[in-house]
Design a protein around this ligand. Sequence first.
Ligand code: NAD
Ligand code: WQD
Length: 362
Amino acid sequence: TQSEKTSKKYVLVTGGAGYIGSHTVAELIENGYECVVVDNLCNSSYESVARLQLLTDHYIPFCEVDLCDREGLAKVFEEYNIDSVIHFAGLKAVGESTQIPLRYFHNNILGTLVLLELMEQYNVSKLVFSSSATVYGDATRFPNMIPIPEECPLGPTNPYGHTKFTIEKILNDLYLSNKSMWKFAILRYFNPIGAHPSGLIGEDPLGIPNNLLPYMAQVAVGRREKLYVFGDDYETRDGTPIRDYIHVVDLAKGHIAALKYLDHNASEGICREWNLGSGTGSTVFEVHRAFCNASGKDIPYEVTGRRAGDVVNLTAKPDRAERELKWHTELDVGMACSDLWKWATGNPYGYQLKGVEAKFGE
Ligand code: NAD
Ligand code: WQD
């Protein structure tokens, strides 16, 4: 009813059934926010929302809606009193984006445009956006810019990165058109890893994982034979590339910090970027060792050639987030590996039913 609509304020979480979104919903509820999740489930399952309700002991409204479906999304704005939006929904596989770029542009950019148009229509002004360190491209082309500050020139090198870069520009231009209205926090994540310490929610990639930690976890639970290390001939301490891995729970907390910042420090409107990383880089071999320790397994690996598009080092300078959002990471790679291991052993087939169907259905 209308009275219900006006009494409760909601954070609209697009892509909230996905990996980072679900961990952020857990954190939001823990901090007293009410959430409504919108997701088309193209890369996730409703089971994550069901688990979130179990975890938080809280009802979480879920709408299976594609952001590109304007009428469907308008109904959500109609039904709920949306106070702010955290926008995770998007396609995220770098390799796939080079194969089907139109799908990436359509989904990520149009989805965001429809969302922004409805925010304008319903007078919702606060948005936290999932950007990515991928917008920096190969930041090592500026050797004095590792660790990478937000001021580092951007230069994404693949269609996925171009969608993030374009959306950042759209947010900037929109803010400039009405500076007193819009409040945008652009969060550039480095490499999110790990899972919720409860073991109830985690990352559940469809098909063969693209990313290092999910791949290693599938080797450890016996779903895959060995890890392929994509090159050990980089100019680093052990020859493998360096990344700034960040525990997904720390990352989720960064969104609460950003929302609070928009609420308390942005009375004039804002559009600003923050790196969310730890400031510490780890090599592939270091992460492999950490995961072997956490799991107690000797994970077999083979070094193969470099993966196209990989860069030698992506490490964040997270000082701006520390200074302004009062946020920094609290968990390390070892803890992320332990939490990932708990999730992987409890859910070797992710959110799918355990057992034969899952195994043969792959
Ligand atoms: P994810 O795929 O687990 O979550 C994204 C969710 O969005 C999925 O549940 C998917 O079903 C949904 N979705 C996609 N298109 C949609 C649409 N048109 N309408 C409604 N729902 C849609 O990915 P994630 O790892 O949780 O990433 C969340 C966000 O963070 C993405 O925007 C991603 O690009 C960004 N990001 C991720 C990483 C990473 O390494 N995981 C790093 C930097 C940035
Ligand atoms: C990490 C390291 C690989 C898999 C990606 C996106 C980035 C952002 C985060 C969304 C690299 C090595 C990996 C494997 C390996 N996502 N590796 N064997 O490429 O740093 O970042 O996710 O915004 O945009 O590009 O993460 O986990 O794929 O790779 O040796 O099977 O592990 O070469 O050095 P990446 P990743």
